[in-house]
Design a protein around this ligand. Structure first.
Ligand code: 6PG
Length: 257
């Protein structure tokens, strides 16, 4: 029988600044271990407030930007320079400020926007190119996937009650009716998310308190963020500030790398 998923590890910080510093150390450690093992670091990044929360990486001396292979955990189907684009957000907040080669950032192809099936297939091929030659596993094993949580408990572009929650085969799927605008998006699916070596949710602010209570204390409700349960030996971490977990009973773990 496969080993059950390990329990999430919840790190809570007094302030958002401390959270960001700790998150940077965590990302650098994941990067270091991945490079030692295979010479590169595969990471998937979400949109929303997350890219800004990675800002302590900009001046971190341990980051080997040329070894990063960046994908998007989800992306809005808009031109890459559109204000709604997660790629634009990450570029503005992070990539424009660091020496990462452009070819290491894997974007969707917005010229395929009229056919989301084709667009998500093309993005899946981009992943296959990165992962399939190296691993014989059925799903890619990201070194790290960074996720946010929305007020309804969604993560990436996996929304409550949506048929994508039960997708078992595809690596990348699309949605045309996202309740969070814009409506057209692509997203990594649970099989991909749950095969990552490390996953981290990042959430800050009192506005997340009710949601985090539901996600962490009431997993039986099955909100999309609660369905992130990495396959052994993958590990899920939460990086939050105290206001965000002010209603959460789930036990905290003192932060250490
Ligand atoms: O809309 C996107 O692009 C997302 O990737 C989405 O899943 C986001 O991470 C959450 O909605 C949390 O957003 P905030 O961090 O802004 O609250």
């Amino acid at each position: 029988m496969p080993a059950p998923p390990s329990t999430p590890i919840l790190f809570s910080f007094p302030s958002s600044a401390e959270l960001c510093d700790a998150l940077a150390e965590f990302v650098v450690k994941a990067q270091r271990e991945a490079i030692e093992k295979k010479g590169r670091f595969s990471v998937a990044i979400s949109g929303g407030s997350l890219p800004k929360q990675l800002n302590a990486l900009i001046s971190h001396p341990g980051v080997k930007w040329d070894k990063w292979q960046v994908f998007y955990a989800d992306e809005r189907v808009v031109p890459l320079d559109h204000p709604d684009s997660n790629h634009k957000l990450c570029t503005d907040e992070l990539f424009s400020k660091v020496p990462i080669p452009k070819k290491n950032i894997h974007t969707i192809d917005p010229t395929l926007a009229d056919d989301l099936e084709e667009l998500s297939d093309a993005y899946e091929k981009e992943l296959i190119h990165e992962f399939a030659q190296k691993d014989s596993a059925r799903f890619p094993i990201f070194d790290l996937i960074l996720l946010g949580v929305g007020p309804d408990g969604h993560t990436a572009s996996l929304f409550p009650g949506h048929s994508l929650l039960t997708e078992e085969d595809r690596w990348v799927a699309y949605i045309e009716d996202s309740p969070k605008p814009p409506p057209k998006r692509v997203t990594l699916t649970y099989p991909v998310i749950n095969h990552a070596a490390r996953l981290a949710f990042v959430a800050s602010g009192v506005g997340k308190a009710d949601t985090l209570h539901s996600v962490l204390d009431e997993p039986e409700r099955g909100l999309p963020a609660s369905r992130v349960r990495p396959v052994y030996p993958g590990q899920l971490y939460w990086f939050v500030d105290e206001p965000a977990v002010s209603k959460v009973e789930f036990p905290r773990t003192p932060f250490k790398l």
